[in-house]
Design a protein around this ligand. Structure first.
Ligand code: ATP
Ligand code: MG
Ligand code: MG
Length: 571
């Protein structure tokens, strides 16, 4: 494989490796810890999308490339939104993308909720050490006293209450003696800080809610900004990569870990947070809320609809894990937000499948061709390579008979200039078969062409000596009517016609592409009856297709178009 392109995160890791910053750390059992530990920390509150794939490829990919570890951590500190269904689909997505959270030191699958006892204990320490206090202001007063970007905040009247009093209140909060919102635990930092996140941020709140893993054990839950740095430090993370919107949260991340290191909870060097630009993909939306809307309003057929930018969606569409990894490698990481064009994702799929996908003939818009001088019962075997550039992969065979399907667009009664396919009087080659001469067509009462006629030259078969005597300009794919495999083919295209469907407050439903899904009946070469669900092919001339992983079966074949052969969007 090619050496991965360098980027600023890679550079950061290389510098830390060179200085030995995280070398020689050990876990409680005396094992030497990897010098690079990253993490992928989704909240189990929805389906992952292509943006998350970038984060997965980045975190797991960097750990792999530097011989480190990436922990798989569910950030499940928020009790009301999280569900087991999401946990399962997220693990499945990460594995499908080709990554693993196990290494020779263990299985690094973690749940932030497993750290609730430690987090609580650390909060008590912060109170005792004078770094946190229970605030009993009303929510309105607290918001008012927070100040604004132009105005410093005001200290809470409870800010200087004795530590013992805060501690007793915090224990009563935990014991369930108060209602939601009655008290809150805050870090004691600086109400005049220009960074709003440093104005005594809330770190624990009362929430009488059932948690999907801890049940009703807790009625106080840590805030994200408090929990996340602790989760990183517990897992011995070295490099904590997150998206740019967390930049202003970094000072609190560092403040908290410093205080906890002083308290002896963590050893230095501490994890360091670094921000990168999130992925924005044109012709797609990646907001969980808006994706949910597409599903709930039946605009798409569920989370795994092949038009969806969810990982389950692109997987069902026919994208390969390798193509997603290639895409992420190509787009790299930037320090400021930008848009990545959908054609980059499609190009990665083409580049991955071109070398891999076996070829097959499919007629998508069938028109009957009758070879009038072909013997009625003759079944003539034709041969084609499985892959034109890989002769070692062998060949496939399919029969030629008197009646075959060709594409509607391969016949014109009156040809336009430069048209070299079927028209009366013209000779073409039936691909991998014989040269034929078109003699005319049949029409229905409306003048629509319903069949094309031709005669074949028996000594012109591809691969025989005689074939060299025939020079034709058109080569036409076909399948035998008698032997063709009838299949449902779902022609998918981009879900939106606007490259930035939800930018600048636009209503994304205004630019839904009405042609993003077309279902047709197509005729495939007979060998396709052996296709297995999720198997990918190049249908010659048409693009890359996959046997649908949900609906395809030997008795009811269903194929999805992943992408056309060339990028013709908007051209
Ligand atoms: P929420 O809006 O519910 O917080 P989220 O999109 O932030 O959702 P998380 O489950 O918190 O989802 O995300 C897990 C990880 O994926 C985080 O580290 C987050 O930074 C990263 N991530 C999410 N969206 C993108 C994106 N578009 N590009 C790159 N990384 C992303
Ligand atoms: Mg999040
Ligand atoms: Mg989000």
């Amino acid at each position: 494989t090619n050496a991965p392109a360098s980027n600023f995160l890679r550079g950061l890791i290389e510098a830390d490796l060179a200085s030995g910053k995280y070398a020689n750390r050990t876990d409680p059992n005396g094992n030497v810890l990897p010098s690079v530990i990253t993490r992928f920390p989704p909240e189990p509150n929805g389906y992952l999308h292509i943006g998350h794939a970038k984060s997965i490829c980045l975190n797991f990919g960097l750990a792999r490339d530097f011989g480190g570890r990436c922990t798989m951590r569910f950030d499940d500190t928020n009790p009301t939104k999280e569900e087991q269904e999401y946990v399962d689909t997220i693990l499945d997505a990460v594995q499908w993308l080709g990554f693993d959270w196990k290494d020779d030191q263990g299985d690094h699958l973690y749940f932030a909720s497993d750290y609730f006892d430690q987090m609580y204990f650390m909060a008590e320490y912060l109170i005792t050490a004078g770094h946190a206090y229970v605030d009993s202001q009303s929510a309105e007063d607290m918001a008012k006293n927070r100040g604004s970007f132009s105005e410093p905040g005001k200290n809470s009247p409870f800010r200087d209450r004795p530590a013992e009093e805060s501690l007793a209140l915090f224990r009563s909060m935990k014991a369930g003696e108060f209602k939601d919102g009655e008290h809150i635990l805050r870090a004691k930092i600086d109400m005049a800080s220009p960074n709003m996140n440093m104005r005594d941020p809330a770190i624990y709140r009362i929430r009488h809610a059932h948690h999907h893993r801890t049940g009703d054990k807790w009625c106080v839950y840590p805030m994200y900004d408090y929990a996340h740095p602790i989760e990183d430090a517990i897992e011995n993370v070295t490099h904590s990569f997150c998206t740019l919107e967390f930049q202003d949260h970094r000072p609190f991340y560092d403040w908290l870990l410093e205080r906890l290191a002083e308290g002896g909870f963590f050893k230095k060097p501490l994890p360091v947070q670094t921000e990168f630009a999130r992925l924005n993909l044109t012709y797609a939306i990646t907001s969980k809320r808006k994706l949910l809307q597409l599903v709930e309003e039946n605009i798409v057929d569920g989370w795994d609809d092949p038009r969806m930018p969810t990982i389950v969606g692109i997987r069902r569409r026919g994208y390969t894990p390798e193509s997603i990894q290639l895409f992420c490698e190509r787009i790299g990481v930037a320090k400021s937000d930008s848009w990545i064009d959908m054609s980059t994702l499609e190009g990665a799929l083409r580049d991955d499948l071109d070398a891999k996908a076996p070829r097959a003939v499919a007629v998508l818009r069938p028109l009957k061709l009758i070879i009038d001088n072909f013997p009625d019962n003759l079944v003539d075997e034709c041969k084609a390579p499985v892959h034109p550039h890989h002769p070692e992969r062998g060949h496939r065979t399919f029969p030629l008979t008197k009646e075959v399907w060709i594409e509607e667009e391969d016949f014109m009664e009156v040809p336009t200039k430069g048209y070299f396919r079927f028209f009366p009087g013209n000779k073409v080659r039936l691909k991998y078969g014989y040269v034929v001469e078109c003699t005319g067509c049949d029409k229905d009462e409306n003048g629509k062409v319903i069949a094309v006629h031709c005669n074949y030259f028996a000594d012109s078969k591809s691969g025989t000596e005689g074939s060299a005597n025939y020079k034709v300009k058109g080569t036409i794919p076909w399948v035998s009517v008698q032997h063709a495999l009838e299949a449902e083919v779902r022609l998918y295209d981009r879900l939106f016609t606007d490259p930035n469907p939800d930018a600048g407050g636009k209503d994304f439903k205004q630019s839904l592409n009405p042609n993003a899904k077309e279902v047709i009946t197509a005729y495939l070469e007979q060998g396709m009856r052996h296709a297995l669900p999720d198997e990918k092919f190049q249908f010659e001339r048409h693009g890359y297709f996959v046997a649908d992983r949900v609906d395809h079966s030997a008795t009811k074949p269903v194929f999805n178009r992943v992408v056309t052969l060339k990028d013709s969007w908007g051209k």
